[in-house]
Design a protein around this ligand. Structure first.
Ligand code: ADP
Ligand code: MG
Length: 554
């Protein structure tokens, strides 16, 4: 019996927690769980470094549940997560693991939902609060005492929180909690900004580091395809013909691209939907639920909208647009191959993105093999295989259920069984092209290129760049403008310095800075932008007022 319950039972967790975990189907603790749980149970501060998909949630949720007192109806543990999606996901995980602990309640606190019910749930005695930093600070402004009883703090995906510009909010939150609390920090990466936080706010933290690259990435088969930017949709449609997927997530960079690709897929009969930051929260949850239960098979998403998305059905990740950095690549492809399943990740690479492919290969320590676009023969073979697979299981029974009808129809029509079967096939395939000639005629030409095709391959690049609108803005960022430019003696580093000093942002929170002759553009975090601009109201650069304003380009 103890053998069967395996490692979880050996971890000194309360039996009701072990039972709930086993009931969810987990058999063994993952590496990060194995190492973190005893440390957190013992009350130490901790820094945990592990990549996505390694099971960090249970690594902190289980020992934290063990350490709270369900009979006390007051907040005892606070989990901070970078986005609503993640906060909700963590809250749901806590609820699952606490299923057999009567009296434990969890509240999720995030922006975009009314504040009243959240505050009420906290005051009604939720012991676990899972929050995004921005919204939690809003609550603190109304009631600075809400965190006074919290003695366990977890920062989940700390690097993401800093990237989103939550540095200041974190400081406010730290101050609102008892100093004697236990603090645990989880992050995929440990840049200097995170180490500085740990230095200031953690006490003699124990370090746990899981080298999980192999674990996360080896279950995922990766490939890339060279294609020109304006041919991506056709390439995706062709690839979908031959890839045998269950559910698939396609990543693009902009909201518009999620809509465009999703409707192109729908037009071809796929059950597809877009997922982006503009879509209302409840609608987003519906999309994810539909993907989970098979009402949808393809979701076209931006990075922010899909962060933390956990749908075991996902067998394929298509990187239709290149990720911004290798970390997001690892995050994205971590949406498949969940919990030890196998997955496949495909990356479309345009001529000017070849360098990024090399960076990804270097950082992940793996070669991403090149594949070619399937030709008409491959498409035809795949279509026939699908048809075969759909008919084969029917053959055994159909003769007894429909054999007599076949006899009657051949007699009535006066044709051979072969002719009748052919007519039925034509009907069943709805006029789909099923000869090589027809497929060739139907498939649009998709010019791809190889890295060696120097001349021909590179030429469309320039035209492509000319047609492009201004660089698209990363989601979660806003573009701001100042009337100070090069003619005022301004350089990008002056602007950066002023905003860092006066605004108190982390370097990662500030995006591109473009200095033109008579003005400059700066990308800043959308979250808390009004507050930031107010803070910068009197800032001067090179002796002149900065007067930074939100900039709308349309
Ligand atoms: P991370 O936060 O590290 O990205 P999650 O905590 O979201 O990872 O876990 C990833 C997936 O693995 C989830 O679907 C989770 O339910 C599952 N999982 C976590 N721990 C285990 C375990 N011990 N056994 C099986 N599945 C697990
Ligand atoms: Mg996580």
């Amino acid at each position: 019996m103890t053998q069967e319950t395996g490692g979880f039972a050996a971890l000194d967790l309360h039996p009701s927690i072990v039972a709930a975990v086993l009931a969810t189907g987990y058999e063994e603790p993952s590496a990060i769980q194995q190492q973190s749980i005893p440390i957190i149970l013992a009350g130490h501060d901790m820094i945990g470094q592990a990549q996505t998909g390694t099971g960090k949630t249970a690594a902190f949720a289980l020992p934290i549940l063990n350490r709270i007192d369900p009979s006390k109806r007051e907040p005892q543990a606070l989990i901070l997560a970078p986005t609503r999606e993640l906060a909700l996901q963590v809250a749901t995980a806590f609820e699952t693991y606490a299923k057999q602990m009567p009296g434990v309640t969890v509240v999720a606190v995030y922006g975009g939902a009314p504040m009243g019910p959240q505050l009420k749930a906290i005051r009604n005695g939720a012991q676990i609060v899972v929050a995004t930093p921005g919204r939690l600070c809003d609550h603190l402004r109304r009631d600075e005492k809400v965190l006074a009883t919290v003695n366990h703090l977890v920062l989940d995906e700390a690097d993401e929180m800093l990237k989103l510009g939550f540095m200041d909010d974190l400081e406010v939150i730290f101050k609102a909690m008892p100093e004697s609390r236990q603090t645990v920090l989880f992050s995929a990466t440990l840049p200097a900004s995170i180490r500085a936080i740990a230095e200031r706010h953690l006490r003699e933290p124990k370090h746990v580091k899981i080298q999980s690259k192999t674990q996360t990435v080896t279950a995922i088969e990766q490939a890339h395809l060279m294609v020109h930017a304006d041919q991506k949709v056709s390439a995706v449609l062709r690839l979908l013909e031959v890839e045998e997927f269950d559910a698939l997530i396609a990543f693009v960079r902009t909201k518009q691209a999620t809509l465009d690709l999703a409707s192109a897929l729908e037009a071809k009969g796929y059950k597809a939907a877009a997922l982006n930051g503009d879509i209302a929260q409840n609608q987003r949850e519906r999309v994810i639920d539909s993907l989970k239960d098979g009402r949808l098979d393809i979701v076209v998403a931006t990075d922010v909208a899909a962060r933390g998305l956990d749908v075991p059905r996902i067998t394929h990740v298509f990187n239709v647009d290149m990720p911004y950095d290798p970390e997001s690549y690892v995050h994205r492809i971590g949406r498949t191959g969940r919990a030890g399943r196998e997955g496949r990740a495909l990356l479309l690479v345009t001529p000017r993105e070849r360098r990024m492919l090399q960076v990804i290969e270097r950082v992940t320590g793996q070669k991403v093999a090149e594949v070619r676009l399937p030709n008409a023969q491959a498409v035809l073979d795949a279509r026939i295989k699908k048809l075969t697979n759909s008919l084969a299981p029917l053959v055994a029974e159909a003769e007894s259920t429909h054999g007599d009808l076949l006899d009657r129809l051949t007699a009535d029509i006066g044709c051979s069984p072969r002719a009748l079967a052919a007519a039925l096939l034509r009907k069943a395939t709805n006029g789909q092209a099923l000869t090589l000639e027809a497929v060739e005629k139907e498939q649009p030409l998709v010019p791809t290129y190889t890295p060696r095709e120097r001349t021909g391959g590179d030429r469309p690049e320039r035209g492509e760049r000319e047609r492009r609108a201004p660089m698209p803005l990363a989601e979660g960022r806003a573009r701001c403008r100042t009337a100070l430019g090069a003619r005022d003696g301004i350089a990008a580093k002056n602007l950066l310095g002023a905003i860092l000093n006066e605004g108190g942002l982390a370097r990662e929170a500030i995006g591109r800075i473009q200095v033109r002759d008579s003005f400059s553009l700066v990308e800043l975090p959308e979250e808390g932008l009004e507050r930031l601009l107010a803070k910068l109201k009197d800032t001067r650069v090179a002796g002149k007022q900065l007067k930074l304003r939100r900039y709308r380009e349309d």
